[in-house]
Write a protein that binds this ligand. Structure first.
Ligand code: RB5
Length: 152
């Protein structure tokens, strides 16, 4: 079950390359008691990853979810798309360490996976860590994250 410190609604989206992993992670999240806002895609039909990265960023901007999960084949294209929104800090992660650091150091609000590069067990582990780890607020990490919202 989500604890008080964790967000209870998670937005999730993928292209065709992330469709299978999206379904697995969505199922896990629902079993853990999260409400999942699934923004597609809905099949293995070829689609364009920016559309799904932007849809998730838009939903988060509207306050529909505080955390998001994005998946494309490599995780690269969809993370680039989401990060074009200044309110998004989307982290492409590959293992438990990068998942943990994305929260502790970067206050990432979106986790990204490559559906063709990561196995479902590792992705599940990363997602749990992402949802349960706090940002190390204050000091150098807050200073650096604040700079991300104010690019020059
Ligand atoms: C789709 O074939 C693939 O290019 C896409 O899922 C992603 O890997 C792009 O970065």
């Amino acid at each position: 079950m989500p604890s008080e410190k964790t967000p209870d609604t998670i937005a999730i989206a993928s292209d065709h390359g992330g469709f299978a992993l999206k379904n697995e992670l969505k199922q896990d999240l629902m079993e853990k008691g999260y409400t999942v806002l699934d923004l597609g895609s809905d099949s293995l039909e070829s689609v364009d990853y920016p559309d799904f990265g932007y849809a998730l960023a838009g939903a988060m901007k509207e306050g529909k979810a505080k955390r998001g999960v994005l998946i494309c084949g490599s995780g690269i294209g969809i993370s680039i798309a989401a990060n074009r929104d200044p309110g998004i800090r989307a982290a492409l992660v590959h293992d438990a360490l990068t998942a943990r650091l994305s929260r502790q150091h970067n206050d990432a609000n979106v986790i990204c996976f490559g559906g063709r590069t990561i196995g479902p067990e590792v992705a599940r582990d990363c997602l749990n860590i992402f949802l349960e780890t706090n940002f190390e607020e204050g000091g150098r990490h807050s200073r650096r994250v604040n700079k991300l919202s104010d690019p020059r």
